[in-house]
Ligand binder design. Structure first.
Ligand code: GLC
Length: 640
C-alpha cells in the first residue's frame, strides 16, 4: 500500500479513534507544536535532512546495568490504586450479566470521557556538541565500555551487537524498532519492516543491556498505531488490533530538503495470505510489563493512553462469540507461523501468549471503578483457561493410553471423551515417540480433533507463564532433553515436530512450496526460539540445558550469517529460502547469552504458579451443577 492510497483512508477513522488520537498522540517537535492528530491517518513527523531530532517522549535517565538489575527485582509500585493480582484473583464469580463482557465498551467510553488532555513531555534536543555520532563510532564506544566493564564477549557476540545496532530503525531521529532482516542478497518484501513479534527479542537484548529508550519508543509508537482503522477490501478488522509490522516511510516536503516521516502499519492487509496478527497485541502487553519491571518506569503503563491500549486488546480477546471454550479461536497463520499450517482453531501458541498477556494485564491495569469488570473478566478467564489447557491439552504416556481406549459418541454432561476424539487419530509417530517420562501440550484441540504435533513456542511459554503446572513444566523440559536430537539436533529449536509429509502436507498446507517437509514452518529449526528456551530453562532451574543449546547455536550462527531458519529433520542445512542476517536470530542469541549471565532478570518475563487462580477454577466447577470435570481434574491435575 502506498502513502497516498493510505492517506485517502483518513476519512474512515472512527470518531472514537479520533478522540483517542486527539488525546494521546505526541506532539511533533518540528511542527511548531501542532497536534499530530490533526494530520491525516499516519503518525508522522517531518525533519530536515541534516537535522536529527529526539522523539517527543520523556525517558527515564540512563542507568548502569547494576542499577537496572536492582530495579528489575524491586517490587512493583505501591499505592492502592494499582491492582493487586493476589487480592483480585479471588474474584472468580461470573461476570455480571446483562451486557456481559460487552460492558467493556462502556469501560472504554467511561475511560475516554475521563481522559484529560494529555501532554506528552518532550525531550530536550541533545546538545549539538561534537555533532552526530556515526554508527561506527557508537559501536566502537560500546566495545570500549564492554572492555572497561571487564566482560569478555565472544567474536560472535560482538558481531551480533554490531548487526543488531545496524538493524535499528529511527523515526524522527529516535530509535523505534529493528528491521526484520537485512539480507542484501534478496528482495526485502516486508522484511524491511519492524515486526512486533520479531522486535521482542531485540527489545529484551536492549533491556538487559540497560538500553531502555528504544523499547519505550516502540511501545508508545505501536500503541498509537493500534487505534487506526485499516481495511481489508471493504472490511475493517476490530479496533484494538495491533499491526503485524510497520514501516517508517519518508516523503519529501517542498523544495527545502525537508522530509516528512510517517509510520505505516500493516494489519495483515498487505501480508501474504492476509493473515491477522493475533499475537501482536499479546506480545505488546508482555513487553510492556517487562519494560516496567526492568526500568522501574511504571508510570508508562499507568498512563491513560497505555491503559486504554491494554483494554482495547483485551476487549478483542475477551468479547463474547460463538465459542464454547476459554481458548481463543483464531484463523490459520495468526502468529509466528503466519502461513497455512493447519493451526486454525485453538492453537497452543496463541493460548500460551494469551494466558501470559492476561497475567501481565492483571498486574498492570490500574484498579478503579472503570476497570473492575475487566479485572474480574481477566481472573475468570485465567482460571478457566489454565484448567482447560492443563487438563485437555496435556499429553503423556498415561494420557495417550487413555485416549487409545476412549469410548466415543458419549452424549452427556459426564462424558469422559468430551471432545469425541476417535482413538484412530493418534498418529503412528506418537506411539513410539511419547517418552515414559515427561510430556507436552498438544498443538490444538477442537471437536473431534487433536493436533498431536509438538509446537515449541507454545510449550515454552506455557512454562514461562506458569500456564503449565510445575510438574507439567518439568515434564516438557524432560521431553525436550529426551528428544534432544529431534528437537535441537544441529540447531535449536524445531518450530514444530514432526513435519507434515506427502498427502497430509498437500491437504494441510495447500501444497505450500515454502513449507515443504522439514523446512520453514513445517518442522524447520528456528534459532530465535533459543531465548524462549533459555527463559524456560532458567525458570525451571535447568540453565545447563540452555547453555548446551546456546553452544550449538554459537558454533554455527555467525559462520552461517545468522539465518532465519534451518532445514532437514536435524536442522543441518540453512533453510532453502531462509533470509540471512535475520534480526530475531541475532537478538535471540544475544538475549539468551545475557539471560544466562543475569538469570535473576528472567523474572521480567516469567510468572509463578498462582494458587488463588486455581482455587477459583475449582470453586467454579464445584458451584456449577452442570459442569463436571473429567478425571477429577480440578483436584488432581491442576494442583500438582
Ligand atoms: C516470517 C515468520 C514470521 C516473522 C516474519 C518476519 O513471516 O513466519 O513469524 O514475523 O517472517 O521475520
Amino acid at each position: 500500500m502506498n502513502a497516498t492510497g493510505s492517506m485517502g483512508l483518513a476519512v474512515a477513522v472512527r470518531p472514537c479513534c479520533r478522540l483517542i488520537a486527539a488525546q494521546i498522540l505526541p506532539r511533533c517537535p518540528h511542527r511548531h507544536g501542532r497536534r499530530i492528530a490533526a494530520l491525516p491517518f499516519f503518525l508522522r513527523c517531518s525533519r530536515g535532512r541534516r537535522h536529527f531530532s529526539r522523539c517527543p517522549c520523556a525517558l527515564p535517565p540512563r542507568r548502569s546495568a547494576a542499577a537496572w538489575v536492582r530495579a528489575a527485582v524491586a517490587p512493583a509500585r505501591d499505592g492502592a490504586a494499582v491492582s493487586d493480582p493476589r487480592r483480585l484473583s479471588t474474584s472468580v464469580g461470573p461476570v455480571p450479566r446483562p451486557g456481559g463482557d460487552k460492558d467493556f465498551g462502556r469501560i472504554f467510553v467511561q475511560g475516554l470521557a475521563a481522559v484529560k488532555p494529555l501532554v506528552i513531555d518532550s525531550v530536550e534536543q541533545p546538545p549539538a556538541v561534537g555533532g552526530e555520532k556515526t554508527k561506527k563510532e557508537a559501536v566502537e564506544e560500546e566495545d570500549r565500555s564492554e572492555v572497561a566493564k571487564g566482560r569478555l564477549q565472544s567474536e560472535s557476540e560482538k558481531e551480533a551487537w554490531r548487526l543488531l545496532k545496524n538493524a535499528v530503525v529511527t523515526y524522527c531521529g529516535s530509535p523505534v524498532g529493528t528491521l526484520a532482516a537485512i539480507d542484501p542478497a534478496v528482495e526485502p518484501l516486508n522484511y524491511d519492516q519492524v515486526f512486533i513479534r520479531d522486535f521482542v527479542p531485540s527489545a529484551l537484548a536492549f533491556l538487559l543491556k540497560g538500553e531502555m529508550e528504544i523499547v519505550r519508543n516502540f511501545l508508545l509508537h505501536t500503541l498509537h498505531l493500534q487505534s487506526w482503522e485499516k481495511t481489508v477490501d471493504c472490511y475493517s478488522p476490530g479496533q484494538g488490533l495491533m499491526p503485524a509490522s510497520f514501516k517508517v516511510r519518508s516523503v519529501p516536503q517542498g523544495s527545502n530538503g525537508e522530509v516528512e516521516e510517517f509510520l505505516d502499519p500493516d494489519f495483515g492487509e498487505s501480508a501474504i495470505g492476509r493473515v491477522a496478527p493475533v499475537d501482536s497485541g499479546l506480545w505488546w502487553i508482555i513487553l510492556l510489563r517487562a519494560y516496567g519491571k526492568i526500568s522501574g518506569d511504571y508510570a508508562l503503563q499507568e498512563r491513560i493512553d497505555v491503559q486504554t491500549g491494554i483494554k482495547l486488546i483485551l476487549n478483542l480477546c475477551l468479547s463474547d462469540g460463538f465459542d464454547m471454550f476459554p481458548t481463543l479461536l483464531v484463523t490459520d497463520g495468526s502468529c509466528m507461523i503466519d502461513r497455512r499450517m493447519g493451526i486454525h482453531g485453538h492453537p497452543l501458541e496463541i493460548q500460551a501468549l494469551f494466558y501470559c498477556a492476561l497475567r501481565c494485564s492483571r498486574e498492570m491495569i490500574v484498579a478503579n471503578d472503570g476497570s473492575k469488570n475487566v479485572l474480574r473478566a481477566i481472573n475468570n478467564r485465567l482460571s478457566a483457561l489454565s484448567f482447560h489447557i492443563r487438563e485437555y491439552y496435556w499429553a503423556d504416556m498415561k494420557k495417550v493410553n487413555e485416549i487409545y481406549r476412549y469410548k466415543t459418541e458419549e452424549y452427556s454432561q459426564d462424558a469422559i471423551n468430551k471432545f469425541n476424539i476417535y482413538p484412530e487419530q493418534i498418529p503412528g509417530w506418537l506411539v513410539d515417540w511419547i517418552p515414559e517420562k515427561g510430556g507436552y501440550f498438544i498443538g490444538n484441540l477442537q471437536p473431534a480433533h487433536m493436533d498431536f504435533r509438538f509446537f515449541s513456542l507454545g510449550n515454552l511459554w506455557a512454562i514461562i507463564s506458569s500456564l503449565a503446572t510445575p510438574k507439567q513444566a518439568e515434564g516438557i523440559l524432560d521431553l525436550i532433553e529426551d528428544k534432544w536430537d529431534e528437537l535441537v539436533g544441529n540447531m535449536p529449536l524445531k518450530i514444530c515436530y514432526p513435519a507434515l509429509e506427502n498427502e497430509e502436507w498437500r491437504i494441510t498446507t495447500g501444497s505450500d512450496p515454502k513449507n515443504t517437509p522439514w523446512s520453514y514452518h513445517n518442522g524447520g529449526s528456528w534459532p530465535t526460539l533459543l531465548w524462549q528456551f533459555t527463559l524456560a530453562c532458567i525458570k525451571m532451574g535447568r540453565p545447563e540445558s540452555a547453555r548446551k543449546a546456546i553452544a550449538i547455536a554459537e558454533n554455527h550462527l555467525s559462520n552461517d550469517r545468522w539465518p532465519e531458519y534451518y532445514d532437514t529433520p536435524t536442522g543441518r542445512f540453512i533453510g532453502k529460502q531462509s533470509r540471512l542476517y535475520q534480526t530475531w536470530t541475532i537478538a535471540g542469541f544475544l538475549a539468551s547469552k545475557l539471560l544466562l549471565e543475569n538469570p535473576e532478570l528472567a523474572s521480567i518475563l516469567t510468572f509463578e504458579e498462582d494458587l488463588e487462580l486455581l482455587e477459583g477454577c475449582a470453586c467454579s466447577l464445584a458451584k456449577s451443577p452442570r459442569i463436571k470435570c473429567s478425571r477429577r481434574a480440578a483436584k488432581s491435575h491442576i494442583f500438582v
